[in-house]
Design a protein around this ligand. Structure first.
Ligand code: RP5
Length: 181
């Protein structure tokens, strides 16, 4: 099947209806105000045909829900969790402390401090409890990393990632050609 184009266009994507499949990736965020930042992650997973779920889980406002979500995640079949949070961004780290699954943290830029507060909160984990931290507001890369994690043991997604990378390279080569004229 065709892989999604690196520019995000879905024209050559074979649209699979993954809505009925059990989710492989969980996208969680501390607040609905994080949704605009986290939506690209959902769009990337859709393009790759990766079944996912998306919900709000707050480390501070709904701590019991966070425990329940993180502790049950691997039993429910998830392979990776993408967690976005801003400010005192404890969600990715706390989820990583509660699940054996890989956790990818997205620092969300809030109204103050340009998102550096979120970045530092997420990236400075103690040894033994890793969170794979992407750049501030870069939920696209979080989703691409999740696809790579799943692709390591699933050839369909591995090949889709190879295609995505080929398309990305071709896109840059075309730009170089245009510049050289
Ligand atoms: C964090 O606090 C959330 O992840 C969000 O980025 C930030 C602000 O939340 P709201 O006050 O907008 O709900 O927990």
């Amino acid at each position: 099947s065709a892989a999604p184009a690196a520019d995000g266009s879905a024209s050559d994507v074979e649209k699979k209806d993954v809505s009925e499949m059990a989710p492989l990736v969980g996208i969680i965020m501390g607040s609905d105000s994080d949704l605009p930042t986290m939506r690209p992650a959902a769009q990337i997973l859709e393009q790759f045909g990766v079944p996912f779920e998306l919900t709000i889980v707050s480390a501070h406002r709904t701590p019991d829900r966070m425990f329940e979500y993180a502790r049950s995640a691997h039993r429910r079949g998830l392979k990776a969790i993408i967690a976005g949070a801003g400010g005192a961004a404890h969600l990715p780290g706390m989820v990583a402390a509660l699940t054996p699954l890989p956790v990818i943290g997205v620092p969300v830029k809030g109204r103050c401090l340009d998102g550096v507060d979120s970045l530092h909160s997420i990236v400075q984990m103690p040894r033994g409890v890793p969170v794979a931290t992407v750049a501030i507001n870069n939920s696209d890369n979080a989703a691409l990393l999740a696809v790579r994690i799943i692709g390591a043991s699933c050839p369909t997604y591995l090949h889709a990632m190879e295609q995505y990378m080929d398309d990305m390279r071709t896109g840059v080569e075309k730009k170089i050609e245009r510049l050289s004229v």
